[in-house]
Write a protein that binds this ligand. Structure first.
Ligand code: NAI
Length: 327
């Protein structure tokens, strides 16, 4: 059997693809580019195609079908970049490759600590040999209340990791989880806005929670609140966030995701004039740490998605039960 892999990164993925393909007895066609109508014929001869976050439109899926593809796997947890309706109509099955929650959870804890210890300012000062102390006094987690929104796999892991720091934890989710109750107290969103010193987001972006942190919710929060987002940019109204930082209502933010990051993140744009003003403003604040949607990016994650996406292909071709198939 053969698998055609698109968006294969040479610097970290290629070697792993070769290793696991050999172990599983799979032939590979590797392409560094995203699938498009010009290179879709590379899938010819492969029953399975392996992609990352590039948009899979009806046209592209039809192109895959014409080339004999019947299983599409994505090296991600989410699959909202695939037109699932079209895939279903074309008879293409879809699989994903979920990785563990620890990478994002660790990163969240790091952003929390960086924010309350003013690490961006400390690093900026150190880089110009400004070794003064004024303005970089931090706070201790044991004295603070953390509000966790979304207690799924990542939110739960964050709660468990934070339990060692001695902070009080308030949680909110549409569905309560018994495990969480051992370490955090479920409260209403209203209570969470009012009582949390640090608010960290771990819910998926839906129509209902779009801009859940906005002008009106920020006004309910404690003065000096810290906001952490490693979930999705659209959960926060960026304009309202900027106003909150400018007024001092929000004392710090750690943002691994921002609105309108598509087209920027994962590309080298250092010589370009960017058209995302909000990102420039956020990056300019000394109390805001912005990173490019990479909380997931660990050795464990990369290895897991490559191994499991290929395993899914193998099980599909062999007609066996495939735990990675999502539709
Ligand atoms: P999950 O599906 O295990 O948990 C999500 C939780 O959010 C569920 O318990 C769900 O009930 C809850 N939820 C849904 N809507 C909600 C709402 N309106 N208010 C409160 N809670 C709500 O997902 P997981 O794996 O924990 O991931 C959480 C989010 O983290 C993902 O949806 C994704 O947006 C983000 N993520 C970010 C990554 C990064 O690199 N920065 C990598 C992976 C995921």
């Amino acid at each position: 059997m053969n698998v055609t892999v698109y968006n294969c990164r040479e610097f970290d993925e290629e070697e792993l693809f070769f290793r696991y393909a050999k172990e599983l007895g799979i032939g590979l066609t590797l392409c560094q580019d995203a699938p498009d109508m010009d290179n879709i014929s590379l899938a010819n001869g492969s029953e399975c195609v392996n992609i990352i976050t590039s948009k899979m439109t009806e046209e592209l899926l039809a192109g895959l079908k014409e080339n004999g593809v019947s299983y599409l796997t994505t090296r991600t947890i989410g699959y909202d970049h695939i037109d699932m309706e079209a895939a279903k109509n074309l008879g293409i099955r879809v699989g994903n490759a979920p990785y563990g929650p620890h990478g994002v959870a660790d990163y969240t804890v790091m952003l929390i600590l960086m924010s309350i210890r003013k690490m961006k300012r400390i690093l900026q000062r150190g880089s110009i040999q400004d070794f003064s102390l004024e303005g970089i006094q931090g706070r201790e987690l044991k004295d603070l209340t953390v509000g966790i929104i979304g207690t799924g796999r990542i939110g739960r892991t964050v709660i468990h990791s934070l339990s060692g720091f001695g902070c009080k934890m308030l949680a909110y989710d549409l569905y309560e989880n018994e495990e969480v109750k051992k370490e955090a107290d479920y409260v209403s969103l209203e209570e969470l806005w009012q009582q949390a010193d640090i608010i960290t987001l771990h819910a998926p972006l839906t129509e209902e929670n779009y801009h859940m942190i906005g002008k009106s919710t920020i006004s309910k929060m404690k003065d000096g609140v810290v906001i952490i987002n490693t979930a999705r940019g659209g959960l926060i109204d960026t304009e309202a966030l900027i106003s909150g930082i400018e007024s001092g209502k929000i004392s710090a933010a750690g943002l691994d995701v921002v609105e309108n990051e598509f087209g920027l993140y994962y590309y080298d744009r250092k010589s370009d004039t960017l058209d995302n003003r909000e990102l420039s403003v956020l990056r300019g604040f000394p109390n805001v740490t912005v990173t490019h949607h990479m909380a997931f990016y660990t050795d464990d994650c990369v290895e897991t998605v490559i191994r499991d996406s290929l395993m899914g292909c193998k099980l599909f071709v062999e007609g066996k039960e495939n735990p990675w198939e999502v539709a």
